[in-house]
Design a protein around this ligand. Structure first.
Ligand SMILES: Nc1nc2c(c(=O)[nH]1)N[C@H]1C(S)=C(S)[C@@H](COP(=O)(O)OP(=O)(O)OC[C@H]3O[C@@H](n4cnc5c(=O)[nH]c(N)nc54)[C@H](O)[C@@H]3O)O[C@H]1N2
Ligand SMILES: Nc1nc2c(c(=O)[nH]1)N[C@H]1C(S)=C(S)[C@@H](COP(=O)(O)OP(=O)(O)OC[C@H]3O[C@@H](n4cnc5c(=O)[nH]c(N)nc54)[C@H](O)[C@@H]3O)O[C@H]1N2
Ligand SMILES: [Mo]
Length: 766
């Protein structure tokens, strides 16, 4: 067997100053305010400048936070709608530092690859188009004309449009995403893989099949009104901090919260609202009323056990637990599910989940208080082989109680990137619906391709075996976000050309095709000046609210183009006279793009007027109205086998998670404050009894390994951190551990890589 050692596609080891402290039991507090301003300072903003920038975030006439997709409340006051991690995102993008020609003369790509991801992000904003010629080790600045010409030539030289792959990361605005998918389809392919493939795709698929809409059904008001909120597979204290304010409000209104997670994450346990002096003084409030410390991927077993106990209760007091009226009117398949549940061995399920009967009984008590139940979830559920099954089990549970399509109840997949949901609504999809393609045909008068395109996993395979030859990325960091870093690197290196539209330098720019081009773009916080004056863009948050985002800061460089104009100028060059629209006319005034969105995408009637109202508008959500747009018109109960969680002897189940100081592959800093890790990222969290049994000491260095694809994979020299994590489970950070995530182990039905369930061995470093 061949054995793999780290290459420049992986972040180098930089943990010289690693310190381990006790994990924290509460999120936020004054430390988060200090941290917000420290990050602004790190990127060159003194107090006045920091206040000016943060004061515009998530305000009605300001810019949408480039962090997460959590919605904004209607009653927002100045300086209150940003969180610590939003401040880090803003600091990172509004940095005063610039990457000019002298930087790229000084550093070869090999030297850059030896630097940490943190260092790369600190160097500043990209300012001009860059070209890496075949054989050269240095990027050189080129003009925009030359850049567009070269990319257009690269695309036109392909034997078929299907040899190009067009990736999107979820920060792209609705306007840019709409133009991008239109261009890609006019060019002739549906090869539109998206970060969502690695993220909530399992939610989209699972919800689409069962309740007929791939989005969540609740609004922020529902969260405030709910009686029970279950937060599963999610770490809101770090990844959706503003959600804690909403949970706190729900609790004030009487809600009880159940957290289901292998880790006692600080934000699930307690919250000190830094904007409330009373809370800062009193030490804040508890978040979860009940914490169920499930083992990794024990959720199907747990949800089944929970539903079995609910059926037992129903037998004791018929008509009070199961909502027979709702089930009879709106659903199908309940008899089969009931029979399936009745045949289950509840004790075996509980053992598999790692939860006691008494704990689930407590959950049942909370749930039975009322039907106003919401389930929130994120990557802990979607990034499993049974990721779609996880989502379908949540739907079973909610349908059984009639807890969907009524105030205070429903599904709440909490989205990641700030416009990932909007990009999908705009048609960024490798498997577009026939309805969308028909509409494109009617409005634009050309035949869009009907063949499914490549998703992320398929795109990597296609690049590896030569079916795809040109990789184009609208944002993101495909190299480090995808599984099996070494194979993805190889895939990109086999391309004739790789092109990245980016705001900042990342490792993905250093692992390249024969030709490599970087197109620098404006960030969301900046003024986007076009022929008709400054333009705003629109985004859709996690709860289907479409609203505007206005950049107010001066562009990092006058030479920068907006994402929409980059698409337009490229389309103009590539499509020539065959074009369905006048691209350059469209970008003079983004209202024109929005008019086309209105004509093409359902739900955007009167778009330009409605999006100008403060706070925007809600997209119609069928499940919310108890209209289930499935084939039969009914919501579906489904049967999802609990996964076999047996592990080979000596192996562990590894989940890859985010630290408090990162945004996906962007490293803002080297601390994970809530989990007590300072100054480093190459750590592995282990159960203490497991460590004793394996003879592994706290603080010692280990190599984490596994075998797949015919090779041994090694993630060397990780420091062991003893942690309250279930036995046989371990946790590491993404992207350092992506080298161990197999490319071909993904969720059935959604292709989402199983990055929360990786079988590994852990042994002292050699
Ligand atoms: N600051 C910041 N904000 C972000 C991001 C960021 O990187 N930084 N990323 C954005 C993006 S794109 C996304 S998708 C979201 C991600 O938001 P999250 O999904 O919260 O992110 P992860 O760090 O992957 O955390 C997954 C959580 O699931 C738990 N978990 C893992 N496996 C299981 C399991 O089998 N069962 C259960 N019940 N729990 C499990 C982990 O312990 C962890 O608490 O955040 C978005 N917001
Ligand atoms: N092992 C493991 N892998 C994972 C995950 C995991 O939990 N574990 N999570 C997955 C998830 S949920 C997701 S969403 C993906 C994320 O995958 P991506 O979305 O591809 O990755 P990001 O790190 O968010 O992308 C960061 C880069 O985007 C560029 N950028 C930032 N702002 C802008 C902008 O405004 N415009 C443009 N054009 N570019 C910009 C910058 O160059 C920056 O370096 O990763 C996935 N990968
Ligand atoms: Mo994500």
């Amino acid at each position: 067997m061949t054995s793999h050692r780290p290459s420049s596609a992986e972040p180098p080891e930089t943990d010289d100053h690693l310190r381990i402290e006790a994990p924290q039991k509460k999120a936020a507090g004054l430390a988060s305010v200090r941290s917000s301003f420290a990050h602004m300072r790190l990127h060159g903003h003194g107090l006045p400048s920091a206040i000016r920038i943060l004061g515009q975030m998530n305000q009605v006439d300001g810019f949408d936070c480039p962090g997460c997709a959590w919605p904004d409340p209607d009653d927002r006051a100045a300086m209150t709608e940003f969180c610590e991690n939003g401040a880090k995102a803003a600091a990172w993008e509004t940095t005063r530092r610039r990457l000019d020609a002298s930087f790229f003369e000084r550093y070869s790509i090999d030297e850059l690859a030896n630097r940490s991801d943190y260092w790369l992000g600190l160097q500043g904003r990209l300012t001009e188009p860059l070209l890496l010629r075949p054989g050269s080790r240095f990027y050189e600045p080129i003009s925009w004309d030359e850049a567009f010409k070269r990319v257009a030539e690269g695309l036109k030289a392909l034997d078929s449009p299907d040899e190009a792959v067009f990736y999107t990361s979820g920060r792209t605005s609705n306007e840019a995403a709409f133009l991008y998918q239109l261009f890609v389809r006019a060019f002739g392919t549906n090869n539109l893989p998206d970060c969502s493939n690695m993220c909530h795709e399992s939610s989209g698929v699972g919800l689409g099949e069962t309740v007929g809409i791939g989005k969540g059904s609740v609004t922020l008001d529902d969260i405030h009104e709910a009686d029970t909120i279950i937060v599963m597979g999610q770490n809101p204290g770090t990844n959706h901090p503003r959600m804690l304010t909403a949970l706190q409000k729900a609790k004030k209104n009487g809600a009880q919260i159940i957290a289901i997670n292998p880790l006692p994450e600080a934000g699930l346990m307690g919250f000190v609202n830094p904007k409330s002096p009373a809370q800062v003084l009193s030490g804040g409030t508890q978040v979860a009323d009940l914490f169920l410390q499930v083992q990794i991927n024990g959720d199907v077993a747990l949800l089944k056990a929970l539903m079995c106990l609910l059926l037992e209760e129903e037998a004791k007091r018929p008509g009070e637990v199961v909502d027979e009226d709702f089930i009879g009117l709106f659903t199908e398949g309940f008899a089969e599910l009931r029979a399936h549940l009745e045949a289950q061995d509840v004790d075996a399920l509980l053992e598999s989940a790692g939860i006691t009967r008494a704990q689930v009984e407590q959950a049942v008590d909370i749930i039975l208080r009322s039907r106003k139940t919401i389930v929130c979830w994120a990557m802990g559920l979607t990034q499993h082989r049974n990721g779609v099954g996880n989502v379908r089990e949540i739907v079973n549970f909610l349908l059984m109680r009639g807890s969907i399509g009524m105030p205070g109840a429903g599904t709440c997949p909490v989205r990641g990137h700030s416009n990932v949901q909007g990009d999908r609504t705009m048609g960024i999809h490798d498997r577009p619906s026939e309805a969308l393609l028909d509409r494109i045909q009617e409005v634009f008068g050309f035949d869009p391709p009907r063949k499914p395109g490549f998703n992320t996993v398929e795109a990597i395979h296609a690049m590896l075996d030569g079916r795809a030859k040109l990789f184009f990325a609208m944002g993101g960091n495909f190299l480090q976000a995808t599984p099996d870093t070494e194979r993805t690197a190889h895939a990109l290196q086999k391309c004739k050309m790789t092109v990245h539209v980016s705001t900042k330098l990342n490792r993905g720019h250093l692992i390249h095709g024969n030709w490599s081009i970087i197109l620098p773009c404006l960030a969301r916080s900046e003024v986007d000046e076009q022929a008709y004056g400054p333009q705003f863009v629109t985004v859709e948050n996690s709860m289907g609210v479409v609203h505007s985002s206005h950049g107010h800061l001066s562009p990092a460089d006058p030479k920068l183009y907006s994402e929409s104009s980059i698409v337009a100028w490229l389309a103009e060059q590539v499509l020539g006279p065959e074009t369905p629209v006048s691209w350059c006319w469209l970008i003079e005034n983004y209202d024109r793009i929005r008019d086309l969105i209105e004509q093409t995408i359902r739900g955007f009637e009167d778009f330009n007027a409605r999006v100008r109202k403060p706070g925007g508008f809600h997209l119609y959500n069928s499940a919310r109205e108890r209209r289930f747009d499935t084939k039969s018109g009914k919501a579906k109960f489904t049967i999802n086998p609990a996964p076999d969680l047996a592990l080979p002897d000596g192996c562990f189940r590894m989940m890859t998670v985010r630290t408090h100081d990162q945004y996906n592959t962007t490293v803002y800093g080297n601390d994970d404050r809530y989990r007590g890790v300072r100054g480093g990222r190459r750590v592995v969290f282990m159960n203490e009894a497991d460590m004793q049994q394996a003879g592994i000491a706290a603080g010692s260095k280990v190599d984490i390994t596994n075998d797949f694809g015919g090779a041994r994979r090694i993630a060397p020299r990780f420091t062991v951190v003893p942690y309250p994590i279930p036995s046989r489970c371990v946790a590491t950070y993404f992207p350092e551990a992506n080298v161990l995530v197999p490319l071909n182990r993904f969720a059935e039905g959604s292709f989402t890589p199983a990055s929360k369930d990786v079988t590994v061995r852990v042994a002292p470093s050699t």
